[in-house]
Design a protein around this ligand. Structure first.
Ligand code: NAD
Length: 258
């Protein structure tokens, strides 16, 4: 049965009572796994891609952030990408990230699967985080595959070293994030198994338009979605909370964690 909570226009859900049906589902359908998308971090000041005003509205930006541009025109790639990456580094976890960490500590959340590359779940205290699209902690050499701290790459780009090169084999370094045109990283099979075995998949702040993450809800017995705007998989969900991720997760954690 599909239940919709909250208003269509993105009404903030603030009271624990409004989240009670989701709280009941969370308690009874363990183990719960959460899948987060870019909407999880908009309250931390990082724009999403497909929401209103999202970065994806610019087709040029999408092209510039691709593997093809990284190879053919690294100057353009880094001119576009570095301000975004820097904004992600500056951002702080919001109440939603903190609420998910509390749910994990309370034994009510098995793992967070995220499409985000901003690292905010770990900084909020979540310990089991599967990052489907990589992260900004390191960069890798495309030749010898050695890893370097991400700031080393940023420093090289800032010095005008384009592309930034590995000091061992002089092949280009690249960020350890999945770019448009990349194949998805290893480890997706683990993610699929985790979702198949869970009692509830709670999707937060994802348009569910990016594959293969968008396939994950097909693998689960019970699906709940928290999102500001409708998603193509709302009709498959037991519960849809139409509202703000941070407010909804905070209220949910208050309801289920003593
Ligand atoms: P998306 O941009 O396609 O969709 C975000 C969804 O979240 C939209 O449906 C939007 O309406 C909703 N939303 C936005 N703010 C919300 C809020 N405060 N509360 C509730 N819902 C909210 O995001 P996606 O599905 O994750 O796909 C985008 C891809 O881009 C991902 O693969 C990700 O790797 C990358 N990305 C990452 C970041 C990040 O790391 N923070 C930011 C932008 C894009």
């Amino acid at each position: 049965m599909l239940a919709k909570l909250g208003g269509q226009g993105g009404t903030a859900i603030a009271t624990p009572a409004e989240l009670r049906p989701l709280a009941d589902l969370l308690r009874t359908a363990q183990p719960c796994v959460v899948l987060t998308g870019a909407g999880m971090s908009t309250a931390s000041g990082i724009p999403d891609f497909r929401g209103p005003g999202g970065l994806w509205r610019s087709a040029r930006l999408a092209r510039d952030l691709s593997l093809r541009t990284l190879s053919s025109n690294p100057r353009r790639f880094y001119r576009r990408a570095l301000p975004l990456f820097a904004a992600m580094h500056r951002a702080q976890p919001n109440a939603g990230h903190l609420a998910l960490a509390r749910l994990e500590q309370a034994g009510l959340l098995q793992a967070v699967i995220t499409q985000n590359i901003d690292g905010l779940h770990q900084r909020a205290g979540s310990s089991r985080v599967l990052e489907l699209h990589g992260h900004l902690r390191t960069a890798s050499c495309t030749g010898c595959l050695r890893r370097v701290p991400f700031p080393d790459l940023v420093e090289k780009v800032a010095r005008g070293e384009l592309p930034p090169l590995c000091k061992h084999c002089t092949f280009p370094l690249r960020p350890d994030v999945v770019l448009f045109g990349d194949l998805l990283g290893l480890g997706f099979e683990d993610t699929r198994q985790l979702v198949k075995a869970c009692g509830l998949l709670l999707v937060v702040g994802s348009s569910l338009e990016v594959t293969p993450a968008a396939y994950l809800p097909m693998l689960t017995r019970r699906l709940a979605i928290i999102n500001r705007t409708p998603t193509p998989l709302d009709s498959r969900a037991q519960l849809v909370v139409r509202g703000e991720a941070a407010a909804a997760l905070e209220a949910l954690a208050r309801e289920v964690v003593a």
